[in-house]
Design a protein around this ligand. Structure first.
Ligand SMILES: Nc1ncnc2[nH]cnc12
Ligand SMILES: [Zn+2]
Length: 317
């Protein structure tokens, strides 16, 4: 089944480039940039990948991102991810990057963007993988800081297609970012937002009504609100679900409890994605395979999930 799932043509719509930083590359970049690390070796670092919630993961994720300093680093990170896409028949990807994670450490916005954009361009030319980059604001920071990030990004507007919202969800509702999302939409960008990962269904309502998003990232807690379920079914609002992430971050205690196939059978436009594959134990195919192993996902269900990912692209072929 793994090989069959791997061969299925699919799109990935929820992937943080910083979360695709494998420990081996992290150590190589630390050496290249002469950065001392708090872990002795790759194995020690991998052992630290045990999380009780989103915040515990984020603390390590931001620490890991510190090895990314030059455009070449961002190129190498993005290229390594694109090679994984090629190996798993991901024919289109819409990855996130978090500029503030880097600009707040003194890495200029254009250093980050130039490396990522060059790799995505080579990915299309050399690997045939199309893409649309999503600039994600960190929700634990202020809206004013998000506004500043959008200002920095506008001179490079052709390099990305949408803005998103990620980082610590609880206590940082979508409403906090209504004005900057209004401005991004007026500038012609699509919008997406993480909502209903750890946060309540109200955050999903806000993302839809206030941020006017095209997709919800995660959204698994929608199942707690029947009126919301009806809306996302009626309007066919895609959810970019990340099964391995949800079990690693204890959104579900184990994969057998995951609700993605229940949602699929109720007519929700759910898709399968890897979120932060270097930290959560696998790329897209591993996420599909976990649904087969734990939930008995059929080939027909896998085909519908893959088709949903192609249908839910912001960048149409
Ligand atoms: N799963 C996730 N939720 C929120 N912010 C993130 N940043 C990277 N991965 C994330
Ligand atoms: Zn995410």
């Amino acid at each position: 089944m793994y090989d069959w799932l791997n061969a299925l043509p699919k799109a990935e719509l929820h992937l943080h480039l910083e979360g695709s930083l494998e420990p081996e590359l992290l150590f190589a970049l630390a050496e290249r940039n002469k950065i001392a690390l708090p872990w002795n070796d790759v194995d020690t670092l991998r052992k630290a990948y045990a999380f009780n919630n989103l915040q515990e993961f984020l603390d390590l994720y931001y620490q890991g991102a510190d090895v990314l300093r030059t455009s070449q680093d961002f190129y190498d990170l993005t290229w390594a991810y694109l090679l994984r896409c090629k190996a798993q028949n991901v024919i289109h990807t819409e990855p996130f990057f978090d500029p503030q994670t880097h600009t707040d450490r003194g890495v200029p916005f254009e250093v980050v963007l130039n490396g990522i954009a060059a790799a995505l361009k080579d990915g299309e030319q050399q690997l045939g993988i199309t893409s649309g980059l999503i600039l994600s604001f960190l929700r634990h920071l202020s809206e004013a800081e998000a506004e500043k990030t959008l200002d920095q990004a506008l001179p490079f507007r052709d390099a990305f297609v949408a803005v998103g919202l990620d980082s610590s969800e609880m206590g940082h509702p979508p409403s906090k970012f209504q004005r900057v999302f209004d401005r991004a939409r007026n500038e012609g960008f699509f919008t997406v937002a993480h909502a209903g990962e750890e946060g309540p269904p109200e955050y999903i309502w806000e993302a839809l009504d206030l941020l006017k998003v095209q997709r919800i990232d995660h959204g698994v807690r929608a199942i707690e609100d029947e009126r919301l379920m009806q809306r996302i079914i009626d309007e066919q609002i895609p959810l970019t679900v990340c099964p391995l992430s949800n079990t690693k971050l204890r959104v579900f205690d184990d994969m057998a409890q995951h609700n993605i196939l229940d949602m699929l059978e109720r007519g929700v436009k759910v898709t399968v994605n890897s979120d932060d594959p270097a930290y959560f134990g696998g790329y897209v195919t591993e996420n599909f395979h976990a649904l087969y192993t734990a939930l008995g996902m059929t080939q027909d269900q896998a085909k519908r999930l893959a088709q949903n990912s192609l249908d839910a692209r912001l960048v149409k072929p």
